[in-house]
Ligand binder design. Structure first.
Ligand code: SF4
Length: 408
């Protein structure tokens, strides 16, 4: 064992392999009213079996869904107040060596690709600062040539003087790789498992390093060992049955809260959105399902951050905010250069990792921009979202003071 609890043998993978996920999903499907009431009354002693009851079909109907919503709202106010933190994704690159069937950046999609230079990244970031953001999430496809550790370190170091909070959503790394990014100034690491169903995961991740389920599942622990102060996990809803994903991500969150207790934990619940490749969700996750999932997560873990991105519509986002959401994005672009048009000159068309001639048919982008990872649903500007939050009695928070506290 070395560093902050990094032990390559005793990771969540071992616990996940012992988890009776099938049994818990069966419990959820068969939960009775008495079990839902017991789970709602269990307080801090809630188990995964209680969580299964909270995401059960019966808990998703009156009168229980209303009670879930009431408790989730009350707990959120108690732990976070009427405060919503903002972050902005900044896409660095849409080059990727993986083929994930649901993603517009997949290697085999013939799309316009680019990796922004440091100067272009700073231009994009400057625009976002002008919108009010102070927490930035750097997002990139997984490509060792274009998105190397060195490239990421340079981007972080360039942004650090003007960005109090820098998080990353990039391909998983060894502890040493993560350490160098922490040293450069990154404090948050987001890595979604996408799906916790091993068979679906294998089918969805056709080729590339991402095919290794366990390597990805251990990433938050490697990031913690490297010193990241914030860890983000999540499941991409639409790939496998949502109750199963909810129970698995709750198990993962519970494990990380115990093991990685010095870091803040956020859980994200993105639903699949249209993207290049025109992948259709394998399962339907309705608005009511998503609402129930968020309420159950909040009740189970009152202290975790819950992230809701612009993948969801304005109407739904406004409705979900009082139920447990603590961190949102606004006015997002999911392509490199999307905010200011940076990188247009370097755009190139690739398919299967190779550059192809522009006259070949390719997936159109909006104007002469790099192709987006997925299309967003809430197109309101940050200012419009802030105004709506204020009408709802919430205070928007742009700047996180954690770094100051950490350094004091
Ligand atoms: S989901 Fe990530 S790893 Fe997979 S193709 Fe898209 S950018 Fe690459």
């Amino acid at each position: 064992m070395s560093r902050l609890g990094w032990d390559a043998v005793n990771t969540f993978v071992a616990e996940f392999n012992q988890l009776d996920l099938v049994g818990l999903v069966r419990q959820a499907e068969r939960a009775t009213a008495a079990q839902v009431e017991a789970a709602l009354a269990a307080g801090r002693r809630r188990s995964l079996a209680d969580f299964a009851a909270l995401v059960s079909p019966i808990a998703g109907k009156p009168p229980y869904l209303e009670e879930l919503a009431r408790q989730a709202h009350e707990l959120t106010i108690r732990h976070f107040g009427r405060v919503i933190r903002f972050f902005a994704p900044l896409y660095l690159s849409n080059e990727c060596i993986n083929i994930c069937r649901y993603c517009g950046f997949a290697r085999d999609n013939p799309i316009l690709r680019v990796t922004l230079t440091l100067e272009q990244v700073l231009e994009e970031a400057q625009y976002l600062r002008g919108q009010g953001f102070r927490h930035i999430l750097l997002v990139a496809g997984e490509h060792p040539h274009f998105v190397s550790g060195n490239y990421l370190r340079n981007c972080i170091a360039g942004l650090r003087p003007t960005w109090p909070s820098i998080s990353l959503e990039v391909g998983p790394m060894e502890v040493e790789g993560y350490e160098s990014l922490v040293k450069a100034g990154a404090e948050g690491l987001v890595v979604y498992q996408e799906t916790y169903d091993r068979m679906v995961y294998d089918r969805m991740h056709v080729s590339g390093p991402k095919k290794d389920f366990d390597w990805r599942l251990e990433s938050p622990e490697r990031a913690y060992a490297a010193g990241f102060k914030r860890l983000g996990i999540g499941t991409l809803l639409g790939l496998a049955e949502w109750r199963q994903e909810a129970i698995a991500v709750a198990a993962h969150a519970g494990y990380l809260l115990r093991k990685c207790w010095k870091s803040q934990l956020t859980v994200s619940v993105p639903r699949l959105r249209p993207a290049a490749g025109e992948f259709e969700p394998l399962v339907t996750v309705g608005d009511r399902d998503l609402t129930q999932f968020i309420c159950a997560l909040r009740i189970m873990y009152p202290e975790i951050g819950i992230v809701l991105s612009t993948r969801e519509s304005a109407r739904l986002r406004d409705g979900l905010i009082p139920l447990g959401v603590t961190l949102i994005s606004a006015g997002s672009h999911t392509e490199p250069g999307g905010y200011t048009g940076q990188g247009k000159e370097q755009l190139h068309l690739t398919k299967g990792g190779r550059q192809v001639k522009p006259q070949l048919p390719f997936i159109e982008s909006e104007g002469e921009q790099a192709t987006v990872q997925f299309h967003i649903a809430d197109r309101r500007s940050p200012a419009e979202v802030v105004a709506q939050l204020q009408r709802m009695g919430y205070e928007p928070v742009w700047k996180d003071w954690e770094r100051v506290l950490n350094e004091s």
